[in-house]
Design a protein around this ligand. Structure first.
Ligand code: GLU
Length: 444
């Protein structure tokens, strides 16, 4: 294998899309597999669509996912600069060379490349492992340098991929139809083209090009929603690519070990956000409790911009006690909040929740619950708790489920919580009694 050098070349035109992270994954994996280099290049030549600040979100996305690049605008490297806006003199030089050779011409301030329409362009695509041939008659002369001195993508991608010694161009398949342009440019400079891998089109469940309505959004939105980077990576890996043993769950390291372009399906790749949620739940359950505690804590910190105050957020110790109660029940880190906020926030009671239990003489029943709890020997034991309240339910003509739901709503204000006795153990005996008293006060 040649010296592998691959690049991701996003345009800073807004928050990086999840599709950018998806492409970066294959660059990163391929570079790692072959001990190569992964390069970040910012294609910021479309000044009208440029969004200041979005470059930082690109850095943050790659850093979050751990796709560490070896060269890039924020870290430099021997083939830089890595922002196209800082390479204008380079494009000018090569554009002049084509003008001199008569291969391009000036046209109302812009420079256009003269397409040779005879014959055809052929190249081998690593995705699908096939030779692709496109007739040159499909192409028209095209702008390489705009009147403002900025290059077009069609020109800059060839110049930069060559000068940055990119060995494999991995990018979306929307560029295939322009391959004759690129191949003619390479030839006009006498440069050897790199190898190409055009990734399948990302589509939503209705097979149309992936967009927001399919649940696709900015890559960092997934972080904000509480997806684990390991699950996101695993999910992205399964888009268009298949593990050779058809495994669904595997680590990044394992992917690096087995990765081959031949395992791509060149037809479209389905983006299914429910699959991501499923995977995320699997990863949460695989995560060790102490690690999960740290991740939840970090997640809450990030949500509150680092301003976690002890009054309205759980401490690390509190989270640690709650982790075993919620681990089986959450799909995203964000699910932790609605499931556990009652533990550390004042309960807001709601008549409607109590009414759903359909208990006659509810206040009387709750008073008796309070009395039983006050009499119960401490520390409360699960089996004693269980039998006491089953018996009480019977005495009061209630079902056991009505009884336990009554206690649940009284301590949490909610009909759904982690298991009741475990929750009570986390709250502690005193707090549990306080809450039952508060509920009684609310009901009276
Ligand atoms: N700036 C281009 C894009 O975002 C890069 C395509 C490529 O990887 O060559 O689509």
């Amino acid at each position: 294998m040649v010296n592998v050098r691959v690049r991701i070349a996003p345009s800073p035109t807004g928050s990086p899309h999840i599709g950018t992270a998806w492409q970066a994954l294959f660059d990163y994996v391929f570079a790692k597999k072959h001990n190569g280099k992964f390069i970040l290049r910012l294609e910021d030549t479309d000044r009208a669509r440029f969004v200041p600040g979005s470059e930082f979100e690109i850095y943050e996305t790659l850093k979050w996912l751990g796709f560490e690049y070896n060269e890039g605008p924020d870290i430099g490297g021997s083939f830089g600069p890595y922002k196209q806006s800082e390479r204008l003199d380079i494009y000018k030089k090569y554009s002049d060379e084509l003008l001199e050779k008569g291969l391009s011409f000036k046209d109302e301030g812009a420079v256009r490349f003269r397409i040779n329409k005879s014959g055809q362009a052929s190249y081998h695509d690593l995705v699908g492992d096939k030779d692709i041939t496109i007739q040159n008659t499909t192409q028209e002369d095209f702008v390489i340098l705009k009147s403002d001195g900025f290059p077009t993508y069609n020109f800059a991608n060839v110049i930069d991929d060559h000068l940055m010694q990119i060995s494999h161009v991995i990018r979306g398949n929307e560029y295939i139809s322009s391959m004759p342009k690129y191949l003619q440019l390479y030839r006009s400079f006498n440069w050897k083209p790199p190898q190409f891998a055009h990734l399948p089109l990302l589509v939503g469940s209705d097979r149309s090009k992936l967009s927001k309505r399919h649940g696709a959004k900015g890559a960092l939105e997934f972080k904000k929603e509480g997806f684990l980077k390991e699950a996101v990576i695993n999910f992205l890996a399964l888009l268009g690519w298949t593990h050779p043993q058809a495994k669904e769950i595997f680590s990044l390291d394992e992917m690096i070990e087995v990765f081959d372009f031949k395992d791509f399906n060149p037809a479209s790749a389905f983006f299914d956000v429910t699959k991501l949620e499923w995977l995320n739940g699997e990863y949460i359950r695989k995560t060790q409790d102490s690690n999960l505690k740290t991740q939840i804590y970090q997640y809450l910190l990030q949500l509150s911009d680092g301003a976690l105050s002890k009054t309205d957020h759980p401490t690390e110790e509190e989270i640690e006690r709650l982790v075993p109660l919620v681990k089986e029940r959450i799909k995203k880190l964000s699910d932790f909040i609605p499931l556990t906020s009652f533990f550390y926030e004042r309960v807001e009671y709601d008549q409607a929740q109590f009414q759903k239990l359909n208990i006659k003489n509810q206040n009387k029943a709750l008073e008796t619950v309070l009395k039983k709890l006050e009499e119960m020997e401490k520390p409360w034991q699960a089996d004693v708790f269980e039998s006491t309240f089953r018996k009480l339910a019977e005495d009061l003509g209630l079902s056991a489920s009505q009884m336990f739901q009554l206690i649940r709503v009284a301590i949490s204000g909610q009909l759904v919580t982690p298991p009741l006795f475990e929750s009570i153990q986390v709250l502690g005996e005193e707090e549990t009694i306080n809450r039952i008293q508060a509920a009684l006060k609310f009901l009276q």
